[in-house]
Design a binder for this molecule. Structure first.
Ligand code: SF4
Ligand code: SF4
Length: 162
């Protein structure tokens, strides 16, 4: 078998200036000091917050009318369109003759939600919307399941409608 010869070049030798060490240390110090006085780019979250884009989508809110009744009529469109399958609704017959059904329970598993906004788009009653409330982080997975009461108490931080 024919042997292949590979030439490996030696690494470049350090110059006298580099070997002196001190100039390089001074250069490193200069770089550090230069960054100390540069414009701050980090944000001290949660004491400070970054501005949120007007179309940012986060925690859902179930909207109510002026009397505090949920606008949802349990039509199931949001649950049907949801690509993550994270909306669970149990419908019941409404006492109101003008409304056929109401949500006996309405749950969203935020741990599965991808915040696509399809549920909001599909709703014929503007009963659900995604707010800018993004403080959802937790160590306990069970806290990501939001029920009707929690969703209707989401603070109103509406996104700008296109
Ligand atoms: S935002 Fe998307 S994934 Fe989340 S509940 Fe609505 S439709 Fe489902
Ligand atoms: S939130 Fe809207 S789309 Fe979903 S069940 Fe209620 S009325 Fe229907």
């Amino acid at each position: 078998m024919k042997r292949k010869i590979i030439n490996i070049s030696r690494p470049r030798q350090m110059t006298l200036w580099e070997r002196a060490y001190l100039p390089e240390a001074v250069r490193g110090l200069y770089t550090t000091l230069r960054h100390v006085f540069m414009k701050k780019v980090t944000v001290e979250y949660p004491d400070e917050e970054m501005p949120i884009h007007e179309n940012f989508r986060a925690l859902h809110r179930l909207n109510t009318d002026d009397d505090g009744n949920l606008l949802c009529v349990a039509c199931m469109l949001c649950a049907t369109v949801c690509p993550a399958n994270c909306i669970t609704i149990v419908a019941g017959e409404s006492d109101d003759p003008d409304i056929e059904k109401y949500p006996v329970s309405y749950d969203i598993d935020m741990g599965r939600c991808i915040f696509c906004g399809f549920c909001e788009e599909a709703c014929p009653k503007a009963a659900i919307e995604l707010t800018k409330n993004y403080r959802l982080a937790d160590y306990d997975k069970s806290t990501f399941k939001y029920d009707k009461e929690q969703l209707s108490n989401t603070p109103i931080t509406r996104r700008k409608k296109e």
